[in-house]
Design a protein around this ligand. Sequence first.
Ligand SMILES: [Zn+2]
Ligand SMILES: [Zn+2]
Length: 174
Amino acid sequence: MRIRLDRISDEPFRWEERRRIEPSILERPEIVGLGEITWGGTITNTGTGHLFQGKLEYEQTLTCQRCLAETSGPIQAEVELLLVSDGEEPTEGELELEAEDLDVHYVADEIVDTEPLLFEQLQLNVPMRVLCREACAGLCPHCGIDRNRDSCDCQEPVVDPRWAALRGLRGLEE
Ligand SMILES: [Zn+2]
Ligand SMILES: [Zn+2]
């Protein structure tokens, strides 16, 4: 949604939208599914700047990085940003808001587009480490079996530490 900032005066502008987003456009391969997203909030004219406050709720499905199983969960997140016109130095009032540790988002032509802000939030909500559960045993590196469900007879190769050191020196370590 594109919102014109110059039309916002005393009353905060409220918006709410429901979105369906194809995970592939987010360029985060861990995201395999996204439920319907409720995304809304307010933009307040503070007299010297614009404060953007948004909230989003949805369900995301990610791939466990150890066993590759899909894992789903609800997400709720909030975002608070200071909107500053592109190419302009923040005004004094905006600097005061900025001093409250708000992130700054630059907008062109006094129009804020909520879509890129939403995409950014969806990307931020993927944790650094995606696991189906803390103790996920992962896949066997030899036969690929899911060690959470089955066991296999693969042995971890036993390497004589002296040999390992020698192979490392020769650059033959696989
Ligand atoms: Zn797992
Ligand atoms: Zn195995």
